[in-house]
Design a protein around this ligand. Sequence first.
Ligand SMILES: Nc1ncnc2c1ncn2[C@@H]1O[C@H](COP(=O)(O)OP(=O)(O)O)[C@@H](O)[C@H]1O
Length: 301
Amino acid sequence: MAALRVSFRALRPSSSSSSSSNSLVFSLVRYLSSSSSSSSSSSFVDSGVNLQKPANGVPLRRKPNGRNDVHWVFLGCPGVGKGTYASRLSNLLGVLHIATGDLIREELASSGPLAPKLAEVVNRGKLVSDEIVIDLLSNRLQAGEAKGESGFILDGFPRTIRQAEILEGVIDIDLVINLKLREDALLAKCLGRRICSECGGNFNIACIDIKGEDGKPGIYMPPLDPPPHCASKLITRSDDTEEVVKERLRVYNEMSQPLEEFYRSRGKLLEFDLPGGIPESWPKLLQALNLEDHDQRSAAA
Ligand SMILES: Nc1ncnc2c1ncn2[C@@H]1O[C@H](COP(=O)(O)OP(=O)(O)O)[C@@H](O)[C@H]1O
């Protein structure tokens, strides 16, 4: 994606001291071993209804060097588009996008000592242990910090209350965006997912067109087609089979309510119902976050 410029219509000053990524790295590990929990919450965002705007503007902190220092989390079912929107937002804001699913897949591809154990868990649609996920996340943050990276959007973490408690104990998460999509579209979205084995680009060949009925609105999500040079190199994730996706959806639904409540009760949850595909949803998500994408506006002009 081309570099994007962004204007912040509503900046809030930093409201509480938050640990640096460095202390997060070590604290994550320390917290895991002590397994204690604490919450350092400061309420930035009203608990939400659909498309509710943060009452006081989106919680962005601008560092003296002009970089943004956001600590955001994306929640949402498999197939909802967490990766797509987290990646777009991280480009827009100039912060890291860290997807624990990607970290796990990198570990799987490395054929390291953890790979066989991970493959067995992931390919059954189960959750990897908190210990392993936190270890991978800590390593990623540590590598990022060595390169001077700061600010992040987490995608796929936390997934359990324990992970949320550990994270909350070590860093002040500003905002949790909970993406939602009707159940009947999720399976199709997962099964339509394709990755270019060469460039790593993510595409979706599913065309979802669900008509409205009984007063419920329909939804149209066009495919996200690969460019011609990727079309012959598409692969499917090994856990995107119908059986495994159904298990992942079941596991997600089991864990999601307490997780949502965890963040709702801290005033950090922004609920966002996807109204359709990317062209329809992206501008509305930006609107809900009180952000502007200049490139998109000039492209539309
Ligand atoms: N935070 C996490 N805790 C435990 N397991 C995880 C976590 N994040 C990812 N995983 C594992 O990686 C798999 C793929 O995750 P992800 O790429 O986020 O896909 P999706 O959201 O579509 O299920 C999950 O099914 C799970 O096995």
